[in-house]
Design a protein around this ligand. Structure first.
Ligand code: SAH
Length: 518
């Protein structure tokens, strides 16, 4: 959206990994801004939930090059604001804790662009919290220091006075960006007199369900980091408070802790699923493969208004069908009592649930969740000779149901209320998939399978990753499509809902406990 005024830039902290750790202010700005400029460590769930029309600019690491130089990021923000756009500059953790947010604000000020700083939860507090380590504690630690372990000029370990901080016995040291320098940092701390048995925690990917905590003392630290193959992002916590981890840890004790599950359904329909997975310790990888857009079938709605018989049916075969039908009914017809003239048939528990959300109950649900079963059982059970059936559908629906119902004498009127298209993945997402490959891929419809195969058809690296994963299907029709692409179905939900999928995952991993190789 272009406006005459100059836009404003919001430097927003996204939190360190758990997407629920963004502030309410940050989340609401994300929903309302015109453009988002984001980098590497941003929780993906926040990005896939952005409105379709929001402009998205990835400025993080890409294959073949490091980050966009800071200067270019600054120039991009100013350009967007001058075009009248309100911009969210989304940064991992807190925007001004080792986040260069200060420099960005300075550049904006020099260019007369208004800005606000929206704090976030920083990794150095949140990582320890999710590991059961309080960074301060009344009897053991009365101060905390945030330090960077990064080499500012490629040779020297920044200007941190390591010899001085080594004496911080009654406090906590939190070191960011230290994985590659940990040997040197440890050597300097020990040389300056830090007790060799001072406890240290390494927290890798803190607050993500794949968080790992390694406990060591200063002397053993470099070796343990190597053995455990710790990779950035990770923070180091030095101090007696680390001993509390054993008694206070809570996050890592969940039944599916550490399992990465790729979710392919549209983000709008998946938020609840992501949350449920996270509560079990799963890291959901939000990779929607399809998007559903509203479609208005004007002729279909004309029919809807005109039909007038005693034998009226509405047939719903998807959650999306119900969602978009009800929206359009509200906008075009208005009074919900008009629906009182119809009997309702529904396939699939998701469809029934969506109906219930609108205060409607299906009159008929087939014994098996397939369109063919619905049509077959309807014709067996009801006299459809005089019936007019509105078949609410997406653009990809075939005419299986239509043919069976028409053969029984019904007049079937299709009403298309949405269209499905392949999703375009945000920049940087494929690289992320390779860096953090899924263990499981979940398919909730045949079209999610087809679209994933299309999206990956050019990308051998990603394709191989998916081939290695377990495939989980919501029900028999989806399984059929998975098999038609030459893939095996590892698990099929008994109840055809996301809760049914979760039940299967829990059962499976109870028998085959999940562990990740280092
Ligand atoms: N602004 C960020 C820090 C950016 S510097 C914040 O406030 O958290 C990048 C460093 O932050 C990483 O090298 C790592 O040390 C730390 N970090 C960021 N996210 C992390 C996470 N989820 N777990 C552990 N450390 C993290």
């Amino acid at each position: 959206m272009t406006k005459n005024k100059t836009g404003k830039v919001y430097l927003v902290g996204a939190g360190p990994g758990d997407p629920d750790l963004i502030t309410l202010k940050g989340k609401s700005l994300l929903q309302s801004c015109d453009a988002v400029v984001y980098d590497n460590l941003i929780p993906l769930e926040l990005l896939v939930a952005l409105p379709e029309e929001t402009e998205k600019y990835y400025v993080g690491k890409k294959a073949g090059r490091h980050t966009l130089p800071q200067e270019e990021i600054n120039v991009l923000m100013v350009k967007l604001a001058r075009e009248g756009k309100d911009v969210v500059r989304l940064k991992g953790g807190d925007p001004i804790v080792f986040g260069r947010g200060g420099e960005e604000a300075e550049f904006l000020r020099e260019n007369d662009i208004k800005y606000e700083i929206v704090p976030g939860v920083t990794a150095g507090v949140a990582g320890p919290a999710y590991s059961g380590i309080p960074v301060t504690e009344r009897n053991q630690s009365s101060f905390v220091m945030f330090l960077t372990g990064h080499k500012a000029d490629e040779k020297e370990l920044t200007s941190v006075p390591w010899e001085w901080v080594a004496r911080a016995e009654n406090g906590t040291l939190v070191v960011y960006m230290g994985v590659n320098e940990i040997e040197e940092i440890t050597a300097r701390l020990l040389k300056a007199g830090m007790a060799p048995d001072m406890p240290v925690a390494v927290i890798e990917r803190g607050t993500f369900p794949t968080q790992r905590t390694i406990i060591a003392n200063v002397k053993q630290l470099p070796e343990k980091v190597k053995d455990a193959n710790i990779n950035p992002p990770a923070i180091f916590v030095f101090g007696k408070v680390v001993n509390l981890h054993q008694t206070l840890k809570w996050f890592e004790d969940r039944p599916l802790f550490g399992l990465r599950v790729m979710v392919t359904r549209p983000a709008r329909q998946a938020e609840d699923f992501y949350k449920k997975l996270r509560q079990l310790g799963v890291e959901p990888l939000p990779y929607p493969t399809i998007i559903t857009n509203e479609f208005v079938d004007y002729a279909g709605w004309d029919n809807f208004q005109k039909i007038n018989t005693d034998a009226l049916w509405l047939v719903f075969t998807s959650e999306n069908g119900v969602h978009f039908f009800m929206k359009q009914h509200r906008e075009r017809i208005g009074d919900i009592r008009r629906l009182g003239a119809f009997k309702i048939a529904a396939v699939g528990e998701g469809t029934s649930k969506e109906l219930a959300a609108h205060g409607l109950t299906a009159d008929f649900i087939p014994s098996e969740a397939t369109v063919a079963c619905l049509a077959g059982e309807m014709t067996a059970k009801f006299n459809l000779k005089q019936a007019v059936i509105m078949r609410v559908q997406g653009n990809l629906a075939d005419d299986t149901a239509e043919k069976i119902l028409a053969a029984a004498g019904a007049t079937v009127r299709p009403l298309t209320v949405y269209e499905t298209a392949d999703a375009v993945w945000l920049e940087g997402l494929k690289e992320k998939l390779v860096a953090y490959p899924p263990d499981v891929v979940v398919f909730t419809s045949g079209s999610t399978v087809k679209s994933l195969c299309r999206i990956l058809s050019e990308d051998t690296d990603c394709k191989k990753l998916i081939e290695k994963c377990k495939k989980v299907s919501i029900g028999p029709s989806t399984s059929q499509v998975i098999r038609s692409y030459g893939m095996e179905v590892t698990l099929e939900a008994v109840t055809h809902t996301v809760d049914g999928i979760i039940d299967e995952l829990l059962k499976y991993y109870e028998k085959n406990p999940f562990t990740r190789e280092k």
